[in-house]
Each structure stands twice: as C-alpha cells, then as structure tokens.
Design a protein around this ligand. Sequence first.
Ligand code: NDP
Ligand code: GDR
Length: 366
Amino acid sequence: MTKTALITGVTGQDGAYLAEFLLDKGYTVHGIKRRTSLFNTDRIDHLYQDPHEKNRRFILHHGDMTDSSSLIRIIQQVQPDELYNLAAQSHVAVSFEEPEYTANSDALGALRLLEAIRILGLEKKTRYYQASTSELYGLVQEVPQKETTPFYPRSPYAVAKLYAYWITVNYREAYGMYACNGTLFNHESPIRGETFVTRKITRALARIKLGLQDCLFLGNLDARRDWGHARDYVEMQWLMLQQEQPEDFVIATGVQYSVRDFVDAAARELGMRIRWEGSGVDEKGYWVDAPAGRSTAIVAVDPRYFRPTEVETLLGDPTKARQKLGWQPRTSFAELVAEMAREDLKSAERDELIKNHGYKTMDYHE
Ligand code: NDP
Ligand code: GDR
C-alpha cells in the first residue's frame, strides 16, 4: 500500500529534498506551505503537479504553524502515516529580533501538531518526526556532542527548539506515540537559504568573481560547525520513522571547520584569492576601501552579524545513527563546498547576463 506523508516546511531546503526523496520511494506526499505575497515554491517547482491532474502524488495545502485550526484540518484530511515537522523560523540571528514569533512557530507549532494527532485519534497511525537541532547544545558541555550530552541553548531559536524537543519526548512517553527527534547538525546545499553563512559565502564569492558585487561582509569568522549535505540528512529523517521503536538520534559528520575555513575552501573552488580585512566599515556601515577586483575577494568583518550570545563550536558524534540506522553521510566537506560554489557560479552567470541587458540584480547584504 502506498504510504502517505505530510511535510511541514515543504518549501524550505530540507522539505524540498525530503519531498523528492519520498516521492522516489513511492509515497504520496502532502506539503504545508504558508501564504506569502510572492511565490515561495521555487525549491519544489520541479515537483509540482497540476491540481487538475488525476492521481496526483504531490499535493500542497495552505496552513501555518501558528494556526491550530489549519493544522487540524489538514491532518484530518490527509490522515498521514508519517508527519515530518520541518517548518520553523530557522534563522538563529533573526530569532533575537523576533523571539516571540519564533517561540510561537517553533515551540508551540510542534505542540499544535502533536495535539492535532491526539485530538484526531491518530496516535497509533501517524509517526511524527521533529526537526531538532545541534543549537540545543549551545554552550557545549561535552565534545563531541551526542544523544546524552546536556543541553544549554543560547538563542530564542534554540530555547524554542528545546521546548519542541521535550514535548516530542513527552508525547511519546505519555501517549505511546511514535514520535522522535532528529538532532541534526548544520546541513547545507545549493538550495540553502541565502542568509545562512555557507550559502552567503558561495553566493557572494561567485558574484564577486563576475564583478556583480564588491566584497563579502561576515560576522564571527572563528565559529566552528559540523557541516553536512542536506540531501544525505533527509534520508536519515525517513529512516528514523522506519524503526521498530521511536528513538532520538544525533546526525552529524563528526568533522568540524571554521567559517574562515569555509571561505578559503569556496575561494579555492572558484580560483580566487581572499583579502581578509579586520573591519572594512566606517561608523555609518559604509565600505571604506576600494574593491579589489574579480580574482581577489575582500572579506570584511561587520559586527552587525555578531549575535548577542554566540554558539562558538559544535561537533557531533553520529555513532548511534551509524550503528542503529546504518546511516552515514556520503558527501565530504570539500564536495559540499564545491557543489555549492559551482551552482552559485551558474546563478551569478545568469545574473551577469541579466545585468548586461540593462536590468538590475539585487546585491543583498544580509
Ligand atoms: P528553512 O528555513 O529552509 O525552511 C523552513 C520552512 O519552514 C520553510 O518552508 C518555511 O516557509 C517554513 N515556515 C516557517 N515559518 C512557518 C510558519 N509559521 N508556518 C508554516 N511554515 C513555516 O529550514 P531548513 O530546511 O534548513 O530546516 C528544516 C528544519 O530543520 C527547521 O525546523 C530547522 O529549524 C531545522 N534544522 C535545520 C538545520 C540545518 O542546518 N538546515 C539543522 C538542524 C535543524 P517559507 O518557505 O515560506 O519561508
Ligand atoms: P546557525 O547557522 O546559526 O549554525 O544555524 P548560520 O549559517 O546562520 O551561522 C553559522 C555560524 O556562522 C557565523 N557567521 C555568520 N552567520 C550568518 N548567518 N551570517 C554571517 O554573516 C555570519 N558570519 C559568521 C554565525 O555567527 C554562526 O556561528 C543553522 C540553522 O539552519 C538552524 O536552523 C539550525 O538549527 C542550525 O544551523 C543547526
């Protein structure tokens, strides 16, 4: 029998990879997208099926993590075998600016889904996956971090995700639901949001190479992360829901690099040199030095990107996932950076064409 999956956050990076993965496995996939004033389906447009088509296997619904009634209605209609909760205000820095909204969508959003499953009497049918995060470890208490490492969240985002983590555990224990947390370390891809540091770097360097941008402003260059590929990580999300017993798992590569290492690796890939600047902005936030040209990218630190409380270092230990799920990442750091740089160079080439025809392309500094 064909299985039915429901994905919240289907328009995001992981949602797009997971939808594709489940469709390939023969699932019928339903996704929840929120209403936005511009189309937000770029990442899943290749999966789109016309609503008039018969026997569609990819179906989108309007809903919002802050709106219980829409979630209950969709779950009632879809009756999912598996529910993947990937929707979130997922930007750590933004969570300091919108803490209440972040708590509403990321913490209470998870509760709304779990309650909907219970209200609808689907506790024995619907398996639930919660997108938990290495940000829970925050100020790290143990190196490397594994399933038993104590949490110390360092942002409104991480605190909201802490609630979501424990409410998932609680519903599993209280109501016997098949509910689990995937505690995922950072994972990236060519469709990563442009304001996360990896994509910001590959996109900016590619644009600098083609003369579309002058320099790249970053925050903490010394932050260290355990970066994997999103395509590898969604397979684990699925595997976690195929076990006999629901359990929580850490998913990571077990290797760590700094933001500065990422810049160097991306520059190497694009055949560029980096000129590092301690600080290249004046008190008004304007760039004070002349651009360095296409083969050399200026990278400057802008304190605007510092966070009130930073997570300096994260390194995961994926031993349990390797042993129990038989899972391990397939993409190396070098391959990840190369793929992202290659794809962003293609987009920059497209933007260059547009510019050469007299149209403006956006130079974001976020
Ligand atoms: P993205 O930011 O790319 O995607 C988030 C998704 O959630 C988007 O589809 C977004 O919609 C949707 N969304 C946000 N707010 C709401 C809302 N109020 N109602 C409905 N939908 C909403 O995140 P990723 O794909 O990178 O991450 C997926 C999940 O995994 C997130 O929960 C994230 O916190 C978590 N995570 C991610 C890690 C990573 O390194 N990528 C690591 C660990 C955890 P829209 O497209 O309209 O913005
Ligand atoms: P993170 O990812 O906060 O780990 O959360 P992000 O790429 O935003 O930051 C990683 C590290 O890089 C430093 N940094 C910068 N970050 C951004 N965004 N922009 C900059 O200019 C910049 N300069 C330096 C940051 O300070 C940080 O230390 C991601 C999200 O996907 C979360 O949803 C997820 O839970 C975690 O990964 C695991």
